[in-house]
Design a protein around this ligand. Structure first.
Ligand code: PMV
Length: 330
């Protein structure tokens, strides 16, 4: 390791999938069965520092001020091994992460978490790698993390090679391409019912709808990409809404069933429908959690946010826009 390159700090934001990824074709390499399309959001994210230190006997992981042992630390440690192998580094590291969002809330903190970690860990290990090289590494931590490396509207091309060599991530359009606000309504539920790794695997193994889901995603990505490039907000919103319901439908059809929603989720979806009936163009999407992300135009954002805030059971409503990719802070 080069002198003075033992420490780095990086920041990455969460992304919300406009066309979801739900299923892996190789769990060891964490390769997705399908591509996906997302928007990286401003404001919400993770800041992570990594310090390699020869005096440490083992890796340490501190998240939001609390030191973790066991599985969360082991996952970070296994990820650091990939970086150590690449950089030829042997030292253990201290990883300190701070989230602007509750971990495991279904707000995709694993995406911003592993995007920030891959940037900070490679820099601290003395490497300066472009997103093409960082993306497959970030994927090993979390399937949606490569998308948080880039700004704006981002596509994952899953590829077909068994070793993942044709897996790619690319920016489809910059953050200011579309007048878009994402209003995030968080429900009161704490934690995820089923983690996304387990949820995807159970769905792939047991849901009779899953092959239909996989077959549909390519068409959904093409439609969403076209609508985005044409700046056709309504067409994009319709694909996004339908696609989210399709993902939840295949998960619901698993055995045992996987339901990520709570009663507040259903009320939020009803409120979005009422807003639309009242002439406000807005479209919901949901990841592997109960919270609802609502896409709307900036001129409607305040109206949408206050309507969602009035729903019983809503804990917090945040307004975000398309944002930047991951960056080195120091
Ligand atoms: O990257 P993971 O393992 O947290 O899975 C992400 C799954 C979804 O958020 C539901 C969909 C997606 O494409 O982000």
């Amino acid at each position: 390791m080069k002198q003075g390159t033992h420490f780095a700090r990086a920041r990455a934001r969460i992304n919300v999938a406009l066309v979801k990824y739900w299923g892996k074709r190789d769990s060891r390499l964490n390769l997705p069965e399908t591509g996906s399309l997302s928007v990286t959001l401003s404001d919400l994210g993770t800041t992570t520092s990594v310090r390699f230190d020869a005096s440490l006997a083992e890796d340490r992981f501190v998240l939001d001020g609390q030191e973790f042992h066991g599985p969360p630390r082991d996952r970070v440690s296994a990820f650091l091994d990939l970086v150590r192998d690449l950089a030829g580094v042997r030292e253990r590291a201290v990883v300190e992460s701070v989230n602007d969002i509750p971990a495991s809330s279904g707000l995709a903190s694993s995406a911003s978490g592993f995007a920030a970690l891959v940037v900070a860990a490679t820099r601290a290990a003395g490497l300066d790698l472009p997103p093409e090289v960082l993306a497959p590494l970030a994927r090993r931590g979390s399937g949606s993390a490569p998308r948080s490396l880039l700004a704006g509207f981002v596509e994952i091309v899953a590829g077909t090679a068994t070793d993942g060599s044709d897996f790619r991530v690319r920016c489809v359009a910059p953050p200011d391409h579309l007048d878009l606000v994402v209003v995030v309504a968080m429900t009161g539920s704490a934690g995820k019912a089923v983690g996304s790794r387990e949820g995807m695997e159970r769905t792939r193994r047991t849901s009779p709808f899953h092959p239909a889901w996989v077959a549909q995603v390519t068409t959904d990505i093409e439609r969403a990409r076209r609508a985005l490039l044409d700046r056709n907000f309504e067409a994009l919103g319709r694909v996004v809404e339908t696609q989210a319901f399709r993902m939840h439908a295949t998960a619901l059809a698993s055995d045992p069933p996987i339901l990520y929603w709570d009663d507040c989720t259903v009320r939020l979806l009803g409120a979005v429908r009422s807003l639309r009936e009242g002439g406000v163009e807005c479209f919901p999407t949901l990841d592997a959690g109960p919270h609802v992300f609502v896409l709307c135009r900036s001129g409607d954002a305040e109206r949408v946010a206050s309507a969602l805030r009035a729903i019983p059971g809503v804990r917090r409503v945040l307004t975000t826009r398309p944002g930047h990719g991951a960056e080195v802070l120091e």
